[in-house]
Design a protein around this ligand. Structure first.
Ligand SMILES: [Zn+2]
Length: 455
């Protein structure tokens, strides 16, 4: 098209976000962001554009990538309360512009079929999403299926070292051969690290039955496998100082390990299990002691982990009440996707436990790099998707479950005073939230296939 016409066309498709403080893992600086055709076109001083919004007094953050969510997950005879529509609308409200979920694996289901089934369910998503293949009943002779998954854009694979009773556990020998194959594929293994022999499954999701030593032993074992295979390996939901120490030791020995922790391990502790509604806090691994919490914060301050993700797996009070007296059948999981960013800002940055730029690492670049979404997601630089959050660091509010969008009537953070909240969010240049109003709609989210190797 002629240059003049193109200029007019682009005026229509351009949006300038001006006067804010842009936050990346490398630092915080005043800069405008020019969005064009759904992507970031420029970061720096921009000239007049067709449309612009003022970000004066606000932080401009990369859209949050929640690397660990379970939407519509069949578990313990029930289903996690958020589906892809409600869970991703709640994500949008909290500044999360990409979620990474899982397939629902089964021994007799090929990885490709499991991926296609989950992609079909995920069509309802309001934000972009990626998938990992859940490896259930995996056997080494199925290695050819890994390439089928990669062809569908999935190069991350999730293994459990616990949950033998429900058939989800992968023996170490099988994991070793899978990790060799995943390294050759250029993918990543994600591991739920609890050593089965040290867990009392009948005791339910509580510290006495799932002690920190089970996490410590499992991470040490996986660290050795990662070292020997060279397979990039991401340890999910680290809950304890002991588990963390095992991760750091394995990494010092040269193992390509990445670690994740979750807001509930940073903000809560096992004292909640003395409450009458203790069962509402059921989560695996369980909440630990205050010293574990502090060790995790210290690791975050030194950039010792790859991501803070939610393991978002909400249930309603009624869903947990139904099996309150039977720990072994109690569904395990907490809501979190909507409160991730404000909680980590309020408790981490505002309380000076971590630097502001670390927020952009743990919530965006770290997880995007780990799971092959980078540099399309998780960064504010030309060419990336225009997934951005405008964040007001001076807003003060109180968590009330009834104000949140997650499909549950329970929040472990009910009544907590928070500093900072997202006031606007863009996904590929479209407003998901503007002036606090939720504008995203189910079905607009798209699948983000694996872009590159972990880096
Ligand atoms: Zn999980």
């Amino acid at each position: 098209m002629p240059p003049r016409l193109r200029a007019i066309f682009h005026d229509v498709d351009e949006l300038g976000i001006v006067g804010g403080m842009v936050v990346t893992p490398r630092g915080v600086r005043p800069a405008d962001v020019l969005v064009r055709d759904g992507r970031i076109a420029r970061v720096g001083k921009i000239r007049a554009v067709g449309k612009s919004v003022s970000a004066q007094g606000l932080y401009v953050l990369p859209g949050v990538v929640d690397a660990h969510v379970h939407l519509a997950l069949p578990v313990a005879g029930t289903r996690s309360a958020d589906d892809f529509a409600t869970g991703t609308l709640a994500a949008a409200a909290g500044g999360v512009t990409t979620v990474i979920d899982f397939t629902v694996g089964a021994p007799d289901l090929s990885l490709a079929t499991a991926i296609e089934q989950r992609l079909s369910q995920a069509k309802a998503a309001a934000v972009d999403f990626a998938l990992r293949a859940e490896m259930v009943g995996w056997t080494p002779d199925r290695a050819g299926e890994l390439g089928d998954a990669a062809a569908l854009g999935v190069r991350a694979f999730k293994f459990y070292l616990a949950y033998g009773a429900s058939g989800r556990r992968t023996p170490l020998g099988t994991l070793l051969s899978a990790m060799e194959a995943i390294r050759k594929l250029g993918g990543v293994a994600m591991v739920h690290a609890e050593a089965e022999e040290l867990v009392d499954a009948a005791g339910g999701p509580f510290p006495a039955a799932r002690p920190a030593v089970s996490e410590e032993v499992a991470i040490a074992e996986v660290g050795i496998l990662a070292l020997r295979t060279g397979c990039p390996t991401y340890i999910a939901h680290i809950s304890s100082a002991q588990g963390l120490a095992a991760l750091l030791a394995a990494r010092r020995a040269g193992a390509p390990l990445m670690g994740e922790t979750c807001p509930h391990y940073l903000l809560l502790d096992q004292s909640v299990y003395a409450r009458a509604d203790a069962h509402q806090f059921s989560v695996t691994p369980p909440l630990r002691a205050p010293g574990d919490r502090e060790a995790l914060w210290r690791a975050l301050a030194r950039r010792g982990l790859q991501a803070v993700a939610t393991d978002h797996c909400p249930f309603t009070r009624a869903q947990k009440d139904a099996t309150a007296g039977d720990p072994a059948r109690l569904p395990s999981g907490l809501p979190g996707v909507e409160t991730l960013l404000p909680l980590l800002y309020s408790e981490g940055v505002a309380k000076r436990r971590i630097a502001l730029r670390q927020l952009a690492w743990y919530l965006a670049e770290g997880p995007a790099r780990a799971f092959g979404l980078w540099p399309r997601k998780g960064t504010i630089r030309p060419g990336a998707d225009a997934d951005l959050v405008l964040f007001d660091p001076h807003a003060h509010w109180t968590v009330h479950t009834s104000d949140l969008h997650m499909a549950t009537d329970f929040s472990p953070y009910e009544g907590m005073a928070i500093q900072g909240r997202p006031v606007a969010a863009l996904s590929r240049g479209e407003w998901l939230v503007r002036d606090g109003e939720l504008l995203g709609r189910p079905g607009r989210g798209t699948f983000v296939p694996w872009q590159s190797g972990p880096s």
